[in-house]
Ligand binder design. Sequence first.
Ligand code: ZN
Length: 220
Amino acid sequence: MAKLYFSYAAMNAGKSTILLQASHNYQERGMQTLLYTSSLYAEMDKRSITSRIGVTAPAELYDSQLDLFEQVSKRLEKGPLHCIFVDEAQFLTREQVWQLARIADRLGLPVMCYGLRTDFQGNLFAGSSELLAIADVLREVRTICECGSKATMVVRMDERGNVLTQGDQVAIGKDIYVSLCRKHWEEQTGRWPVAGANSPKFSFSNKEDTLTTTRKRTAG
Ligand SMILES: [Zn+2]
């Protein structure tokens, strides 16, 4: 029985790298894969998935209107397929997650989804919520906070490094995202007072380091 998989993480955990490696493993064995990524990233990445270590592969784009079950069914008429990969799966609609479930259940193709669990305000994305509810296999991709603890949350910052707590869930632009553990996320978003106004952990200079690191990663 083919399964629906959801690998979730915070930002910069290397989800796209894992996706591309897994797809490559299929292709190395002569099997065909079909990759999807959100059209929200289309301008930046064109029709491809690019990981921050520089690996890239062509991908179909999906928007909220696309019927993934229908498109994959049609694609199967043209030739064999062995696995479907979906990057930025947090942007799927709930209905699209069900379409992916039907691809597994009724077309017999495993579907591997990769995405963020929560947004910068700590709320589940619709796609992630539905995947957490109905995926057969859940996997956490680990990344770490500056303190060394597991990072499960994401903060959004403006270009000057100010943490933003208001705004649209989907805002892909010049904002910067940094992964933090829950404790430091609460402190950075002002939900918990930081002991001593000048916490050494997140002094301004440390924040600058974070920004520099993040930019390098994005560029890479
Ligand atoms: Zn931390």
